[in-house]
Design a protein around this ligand. Sequence first.
Ligand code: PXG
Length: 309
Amino acid sequence: MNEQKPKKIFLDGAFVDEADAKVSVFDHGLLYGDGVFEGIRAYEGRVFRLEEHLERLFDSAKAIRLSIPLSRAELRSAVLECCRRNSLWDGYIRLVVTRGKGDLGLNPASCPQPTVFIIASAIQLYPASVYERGLRLHTAAVRRVSPSALDPAIKSLNYLNNILAKMEAAATGADEALLLNEAGYVAECSGDNIFAVKGGRVVTPPISAGALPGITRREIFRLAQSEGIEVAEREMTRYDLFVADEVFLTGTAAEIVPVTEIDGRTIGTGRPGCWTQKLLLRFRSLTRSTGTLIYESGEPTAMRAAQQQ
Ligand code: PXG
């Protein structure tokens, strides 16, 4: 936990001190991982792609037949108010909806009221050195959950598959895990989507291969298009990654991060590639110039100064 002043948490319609922000041990989000969430970023007083995150949250909830007890407009207001109550300028917003408190036993029918909470906090970022040296990936033996079991397009509270893969990678000294689907094709990493660049073309696995429909991933399609770069979604094997000129990962927390080694193979020159760097620069200028304003007047100067201390 960080040492900053106690946070105000949005919990079931009210703002409470973090010490009082408690969820029942009978909450099915905890007991069974029955729920959905979003990880959202705020940059310089604006929430990046808030509408897309809300849309994905409602889609995830619909897919698991979870009825969110707030409208989209109410949830949007709650997110922005939570940022204001915590004087958030740059940071991370975690929006969680669980099945709620119920009896022991899987049956969601015993949970009358979903639990909704929002945390607006500081974000733990990769150190700057990672963007200079690039990440090392290790292919996990654990495969991405099949869409026939639990569709990976649902951003659910079930991350055990990803956590086990991440632990495997860490045990080999790698930074991140590469996950393949059951057919052996590349799906994504434990908390990021994956892209390869070869001959000036950008390629990424389709959602059907087991990738989360990432908000940052979608941004790459837009940015590449505006740069006149071709982007294709197609089935990829590890071979496609090994022989790529560049590989990079995308995610809300990581933004766009270069990969320079996979399973002992050096990728490209072994240094972050020029397309990766170009896209990262474009992405960073986008995140600082778009988004839903948290503070009506942009931002009071005094608060901005305080945040930057
Ligand atoms: N794949 C998986 C499995 C993810 O969990 C992404 C791809 C990238 O999607 P976005 O929409 O972020 O571009 C994710 C994102 C967290 C946290 O707190 C997790 C994510 C994002 C932000 C925070 O662990 N996962």
